[in-house]
Design a protein around this ligand. Structure first.
Ligand SMILES: NC(=O)c1ccc[n+]([C@@H]2O[C@H](COP(=O)([O-])OP(=O)(O)OC[C@H]3O[C@@H](n4cnc5c(N)ncnc54)[C@H](O)[C@@H]3O)[C@@H](O)[C@H]2O)c1
Length: 441
C-alpha cells in the first residue's frame, strides 16, 4: 500500500515516519519548500525524541520520501492523509482553509479510487466538506470516480509522539463505507498486533472524539489550577491534595498537576473551536468557557506573585527564566505560558534572560533581541533578581543551588511547576514560591 501524508509538521512527519517504519511506502508532502529541502538533507524541522534516527533509517530503506508536489503524488497513493494545520480563525473556530485546499488539489488530480483521511483536528462536519470539495473538482473535470473519506484524529503527545503512534492507547477511525474500514484496518494492523484497538465509528463521532478528549484533559488542568489557587487562600497544600485525589482510580494521577496553565498547539485552539462549534448551533459550553477563563488567568499567576513579592517595584529587575517551551521534550512554543510572562515582564521594564534545552531557536524566531539568550540555567541566574521555573525539563530538576546562590543578585525562586524542595531552598536562604501552597504572596 502506498500513502501520502500532506502536511509535514508535528503530526504529519511523525505519522509518515511511523508508517514507513512498519514497511509502508510513504511520501510526506508540504508546501514549505525549505522544510522539505531540509528533510531531504536529513534535517528535521522539529525536536521530537527518536524521530531523526527513524527518518534517516526509513529514507535509507527507500520507504520514506519527501516532496512539495502534491499533484504528482495523488495518483501514486491508495490513501491520502490530510495532516495540515487547523489554526484558530479570528472567531476561535478552526480555520479549514488548508484542509480544503488539499482536498481540492486531490479532486483536481485523482484518476482512481483514493481514500482521503483527515488526521488534522477538525470540527464535526469537516469530512462532508472535504467530500464536497473533492466532488466539485471531479464534476468540473466531468469525471465519475468513486472515492472514500474517513476521519482518523491523532492523539499523539509532542515529546513522546513516536511511542504514542507506535503503541497507541487506541486508534479512532470514522468511516462511511466497508471499503474504507477494510483499508484502514489493513493500514493499522501492524500497530494493533499487540492488542491496541482500532475503534471504528461514524465520521461525526470520530471528529468529536478528538475535541472531547482534549477538552476533558484541559478541564482536568484548569480544575486543578482552580483548586490550587483556593488551596493558597485557605492554607492547604495542593501537592498533598493532588496525591490524595489522584490515588482514587476514578480520578487518576495524570493531568492533575497544578501549574502555570496549559499551552501548546492543541488544547487552547481545540477548546476554543469546540466552544465556537457549540455557539454556532445555539448551545453554550459553560464548563469549557470556565476552563479557558481559568487558564488565561493562570498564565499570569507567577508574574503576579513576583509583582507582589517586590511590592510592585519591578522596573529594571532582571528575571531568569528556566524553560520556554509549553512542556518538556518539545521545542513547541505555541501558546506557551512563557510568552505571556515575557510580555508582561518586558511591558513593566524588566530584563529577561532565558534558557531552554531545545526551544532557543524557536524563542529567537518569536522574540528576537527583546530578551537575552543564555547557554544554560547558570548563565541565566547570573545577576538575576528572581528565577522563574517555567518548564519542568529534567535537567532543571537538581540545580547546584550553592552555585546558583553565588550567581544571583537576589535569592528568590518562583516555581511554576512545583518541582523544588522548599526546605532545601529556605535553608540556603532562598525565598521560594510555587503554585497552590500558602506562601503569603
Ligand atoms: N501538534 C500536536 O501535538 C497535535 C496532536 C494531535 C493533533 N494535532 C492536529 O494535527 C494538525 C497538524 O498539527 P501540527 O502540529 O502537525 O501542525 P504544524 O503547523 O506543525 O504542521 C502543519 C504543516 O502543514 C503544512 N501545510 C499547510 N498547508 C499545506 C498544503 N496545502 N499542502 C501541504 N502542506 C501544507 C504546513 O506548511 C506545515 O508544515 C492540526 O489540526 C492539529 O490540531 C496536532
Amino acid at each position: 500500500m502506498k500513502i501520502t501524508i500532506v502536511g509535514t509538521g508535528y503530526v504529519g512527519l511523525v505519522t509518515g515516519t511511523c508508517f514507513a517504519e512498519v514497511g509502508i511506502e510513504v511520501v510526506c508532502v508540504d508546501i514549505d519548500i525549505k522544510k522539505i529541502d531540509n528533510l531531504k538533507k536529513g534535517i528535521s524541522p522539529i525536536y521530537e525524541p527518536g524521530l531523526d534516527a527513524m527518518i534517516a533509517r526509513n529514507v535509507e530503506k527507500g520507504k520514506l520520501h519527501f516532496s512539495t508536489d502534491l499533484p504528482s503524488c495523488v495518483n501514486d497513493s491508495d490513501v491520502i492523509f490530510i495532516a495540515v494545520g487547523t489554526p484558530p480563525d479570528e472567531d476561535g473556530s478552526a480555520d479549514l482553509k488548508y484542509v480544503l485546499d488539499v482536498s481540492r488539489t486531490v479532486g483536481q488530480n485523482m484518476n482512481h479510487h483514493i481514500l482521503v483521511v483527515t488526521k488534522s483536528t477538525v470540527p464535526v462536519g469537516t469530512a462532508k466538506k472535504v467530500r464536497t470539495a473533492i466532488q466539485d473538482e471531479l464534476n468540473q473535470r466531468g469525471l465519475n470516480l468513486e472515492f472514500d473519506v474517513a476521519s482518523n484524529p491523532e492523539f499523539l503527545k509532542e515529546g513522546d509522539a513516536i511511542n504514542d503512534f507506535m503503541k497507541p492507547d487506541r486508534i479512532v477511525v470514522g468511516v462511511e463505507s466497508e471499503r474504507a474500514e477494510e483499508i484502514m484496518a489493513k493500514l493499522y494492523k501492524p500497530f494493533t498486533l499487540n492488542g491496541h484497538p482500532v475503534i471504528f465509528m461514524d465520521v461525526p463521532s470520530a471528529e468529536m472524539t478528538k475535541y472531547a478528549a482534549n477538552a476533558m484533559l484541559a478541564t482536568k488542568i484548569s480544575f486543578m489550577n482552580d483548586i490550587a489557587n483556593l488551596c493558597e487562600i485557605v492554607g492547604a497544600d495542593v501537592n498533598n491534595v493532588r496525591k490524595g485525589i489522584g490515588s482514587d482510580t476514578r480520578i487518576g494521577t495524570k493531568f492533575i498537576y497544578p501549574g502555570i496553565g496549559y499551552g501548546g498547539s492543541c488544547f487552547p485552539k481545540d477548546v476554543k473551536a469546540l466552544i465556537k462549534t457549540a455557539d454556532t448551533v445555539g448551545y453554550s459550553m459553560r464548563i469549557l468557557k470556565a476552563v479557558e477563563y481559568v487558564n488565561d488567568d493562570q498564565k499570569s499567576i507567577l508574574f503576579n506573585k513576583f509583582v507582589n513579592y517586590f511590592e510592585d517595584n519591578i522596573k529594571g529587575l532582571t528575571v531568569a527564566l528556566w524553560g520556554l517551551s509549553f512542556k518538556p521534550q518539545t521545542d513547541d512554543m505555541r501558546e506557551a505560558p512563557a510568552l505571556v510572562i515575557i510580555q508582561k515582564l518586558l511591558a513593566r521594564g524588566c530584563k529577561v534572560k532565558a534558557y531552554d534545552p531545545v526551544a532557543m531557536h524557536e524563542a529567537e524566531r518569536r522574540l528576537g533581541n527583546n530578551i537575552t539568550y543564555c547557554k544554560d540555567q547558570y548563565e541565566t541566574a547570573k545577576d538575576a533578581d528572581a528565577i522563574f521555573l517555567l518548564t519542568e525539563w529534567t535537567e532543571f530538576r537538581y540545580p547546584d543551588w550553592s552555585e546558583i546562590s553565588n550567581l544571583v543578585k537576589k535569592k528568590v525562586i518562583f516555581d511554576g511547576r512545583n518541582i523544588y524542595d522548599r526546605n532545601e531552598l529556605n535553608k540556603l536562604g532562598f525565598d521560594y514560591f510555587c503554585i497552590g501552597v500558602n506562601t503569603k504572596v
